[in-house]
Design a binder for this molecule. Structure first.
Ligand SMILES: NC(=O)c1ccc[n+]([C@@H]2O[C@H](COP(=O)([O-])OP(=O)(O)OC[C@H]3O[C@@H](n4cnc5c(N)ncnc54)[C@H](OP(=O)(O)O)[C@@H]3O)[C@@H](O)[C@H]2O)c1
Length: 336
């Protein structure tokens, strides 16, 4: 697998999002033993940039990742997050908490669950509008000084927020949604985020060119949901989700919108066919083509999908492919 650079350290160009191993999509297919084996296989194949967060299953996902990394901690660049709290696991209600004392306490909890003494990349999951960013970020910077965290990142922020934080302590990465049907982070807001699905916490709105800001400031840009929560792989063709599935309440996955959005998948499939690749690989390769500092983290709980997604690192899209993909119709429905 080709590598990319994260803060001076090589990582597989395609990372691994671990959220879906604990919640959000088709939860009846969850299997902790399979997930642990999957994470270890990821390390074997050079997929070393791992993403988790406290809210994913209210601690379950961090503990799972910790179990998988037992004895292999140094092989991974391990990212987790602070600033969001699960208020109710039953309803998936998530609230923001950027208070310094929460940041400090949640870091200790994450370290314990992950079974490590240092977090490689610690993100602020969402900016708390009730707490000055400088206070939250300042507490996170103290964790770096204390040796509990190596680098700091932000998630779903605007260029202005990234710049504000960067002036206090370097921003090593920004993680925001970026995929063929969500381009806000490129400064191309398509559809407005409207309402909130189950557990959804919306982002910064008109964010500006965050991907470009990262390139100019030596930060990685980490696309989350690069597969459009599975949609861009062509495997989601009907709005028949389990009750707990995040997509069941997501505007883009409602029947009419989903049907209209399949026009996007048609283009992805056509490009994939030309390369003898899968639609998932094309969707991921498109994110990789947005800059050498981009490290996508597709999520899966299936080993065959892990292997498929890793293959995207070696797929070179042509200028013509990229032009065709850039021109896909705008998504119908807000992303939250
Ligand atoms: N910062 C944030 O606020 C935020 C928000 C959302 C996600 N994230 C992070 O980003 C990661 C990735 O995003 P995501 O999981 O939301 O969405 P995603 O990567 O766009 O898509 C995941 C979905 O695609 C399916 N899938 C994966 N590979 C596939 C393949 N090759 N072929 C067919 N289907 C495939 C998965 O199915 P299976 O589950 O059945 O494998 C799952 O349903 C998360 O795991 C999480 O770490 C961060």
């Amino acid at each position: 697998m080709r590598n990319r650079d994260f803060a001076g350290r090589p990582v597989g160009a395609v990372g691994l999002g671990c959220m879906g191993m604990s919640w959000a999509y088709a939860e009846s297919e969850r299997d902790d033993d399979v997930s642990v084996a999957l994470i270890r296989e990821a390390l074997d194949m050079g997929v070393t940039f791992l993403d988790t967060a406290q809210p994913y299953g209210d601690g379950h996902n961090e503990a799972l990742v910790g179990r998988a990394l037992a004895g292999r901690r140094d092989e991974a660049v391990l990212a987790t997050k602070t600033g969001l709290v699960v208020e109710s696991l039953a309803t998936r209600k998530i609230v923001r908490n950027g208070r310094p004392e929460h940041v400090k306490a949640s870091a200790e909890d994450s370290l314990r669950r992950l079974g490590t003494d240092v977090i490689d990349l610690y993100y602020l999951h969402r900016v708390d509008p009730d707490v000055p960013l400088a206070d939250t970020w300042g507490a996170m910077a103290e964790l770096v000084a204390e040796g509990k965290v190596r680098r700091l990142g932000l998630s779903e922020v605007s260029v202005a927020q990234a710049a504000e934080a960067h002036a206090i302590h370097p921003v090593a990465a920004v993680q925001s949604e970026l995929s063929l049907w969500t381009r806000d982070a490129l400064g191309q807001p398509g559809t407005q985020a409207a309402g909130a699905g189950a557990g959804a916490v919306t982002g910064a709105g008109d964010a500006g060119d965050v991907v470009g800001w990262c390139a100019a400031n030596g930060a990685a840009f980490v696309p989350f949901s690069p597969l459009g929560r599975g949609f861009l792989t062509g495997t989601v063709t009907a709005a028949d989700f389990e009750d707990t599935d995040f997509r069941g309440a997501n505007p883009r996955f409602q029947e009419e919108a989903l049907k209209a959005n399949l026009r996007i998948v048609d283009v992805v499939k056509a490009v994939a066919e030309r390369h003898g690749a899968t639609p998932a690989q094309v969707a991921i390769a498109w994110t990789l083509a947005q800059g050498e500092h981009v490290i996508p983290i597709p999520g899966t709980k299936k080993q065959r999908y892990l292997r498929d997604n890793a293959g995207a690192a070696d797929l070179d899209l042509t200028e013509a492919d990229l032009a065709e993909l850039d021109a896909v119709p705008a998504a119908v429905g807000g992303r939250y």
